[in-house]
Design a binder for this molecule. Structure first.
Ligand SMILES: Nc1ncnc2c1ncn2[C@@H]1O[C@H](COP(=O)(O)OP(=O)(O)OP(=O)(O)O)[C@@H](O)[C@H]1O
Ligand SMILES: [Mg+2]
Length: 229
C-alpha cells in the first residue's frame, strides 16, 4: 500500500479467523488505520488480494454490506441519537418497524437506552463513542472493524466498550478486528494479535503466545513498552 511514493504497508500475509477478536497493534503511524481501510475497501492496495471466506471478493458491495468500520474519529450528525444510529439501516431501505427495533436493541447493548431523542452533538465523549458503536453494530455485521474504539475514554467507558466487544462476539459470533495502542486491553480481550512495525507485520500469534513467548525480539520490546519511536 502506498500514498504517492510513500510506501505504508508491505508484505502483509495472514488470515483472520471467523468469530475471533484479532488485535492489530503497533506504534502510531505504522499503518493500522490504513489496514482497516483496505479491509473495508476504502483504500486500494497496489498489490495483493484479500479473500473473504476463502473466496476472491465476490462483490465489493455485498462484502461491504456485511462489515462495518468504527472510525478512529466517528462523525456525529447534528441529529438525534436515534437518527444517528438508524442511518445505516435507512440507507439500506429497511422498513420503519424493523429500524426501530434494531436501533433500540443496539442502544440497549451500548447502555444508551432512553437517550434516543437527545441531540447526538450534546453527548459526552464516552456516550458519543458508544453511540458510534451502536451505529456500527445496528445492522448485524459479520465483520466489525474497530479503530482505537477506546482512545481518549475514561476507565469506566473503556470497560463498557470492552464488555460490548466481548458480548457482540459471544452472542453474534461477529469477527472483530481491533486496532489499538492499549496493550492491557489486548491482554483483556484479544484472542490473537498482530504487531505492525513500520508497515510490516512482524508477528502474528495467539495472545498467550505473544505475551509469554514472542517469536520476534521487537515484539517483546514493543509489548514491554521499551520500543523507542
Ligand atoms: N491519505 C493519505 N495520504 C498520505 N499519507 C497517508 C494517508 N493516509 C495515511 N497516510 C500515512 O500513512 C501512514 C500510516 O497511517 P495510519 O493512519 O494507517 O497509521 P496508524 O497506525 O493508524 O496510526 P495511529 O496509531 O496514530 O492512528 C502515516 O505515515 C500517514 O501519515
Ligand atoms: Mg490510526
Amino acid at each position: 500500500m502506498a500514498f504517492g511514493n510513500k510506501e505504508v504497508l508491505r508484505n502483509i500475509n495472514f488470515e483472520i479467523k471467523e468469530g475471533e477478536i484479532f488485535a492489530l497493534i503497533g506504534p502510531s503511524g505504522t499503518g493500522k488505520t490504513t489496514f482497516l481501510r483496505i479491509l473495508n475497501f476504502l483504500e486500494k492496495p497496489i498489490k495483493g488480494e484479500i479473500k473473504y471466506n476463502g473466496m476472491k471478493t465476490p462483490g465489493v458491495l455485498d462484502t461491504r454490506r456485511r462489515m462495518s468500520l468504527l472510525f478512529q474519529t466517528p462523525a456525529i450528525f447534528n441529529k438525534s441519537v436515534f437518527e444517528n444510529v438508524a442511518y445505516g439501516l435507512k440507507v439500506r431501505g429497511i422498513e420503519k418497524k424493523i429500524v426501530e427495533k434494531k436501533v433500540n436493541e443496539a442502544l440497549n447493548i451500548v447502555g444508551l437506552a432512553g437517550m434516543e431523542n437527545q441531540n447526538a452533538r450534546t453527548l459526552s465523549g464516552g456516550e458519543a463513542q458508544r453511540m458510534a458503536f451502536a451505529r456500527a453494530i445496528v445492522y448485524d455485521p459479520e465483520i466489525l472493524l474497530l479503530d482505537e474504539p477506546t482512545a481518549n475514554l475514561d476507565p469506566a467507558n473503556v470497560t463498557k466498550i470492552e464488555e460490548i466487544i466481548k458480548r457482540i462476539r459471544n452472542e453474534r459470533r461477529t469477527t472483530i478486528v481491533l486496532a489499538t495502542h492499549n496493550i492491557p486491553q489486548v491482554r483483556r480481550i484479544a484472542d490473537r494479535v498482530g504487531i505492525l512495525l513500520n508497515g510490516e507485520l512482524i508477528e502474528v500469534n495467539s495472545k498467550d503466545g505473544i505475551f509469554s513467548k514472542p517469536k520476534d525480539a521487537r515484539s517483546e520490546a514493543f509489548l514491554k513498552g521499551e520500543m523507542i519511536y
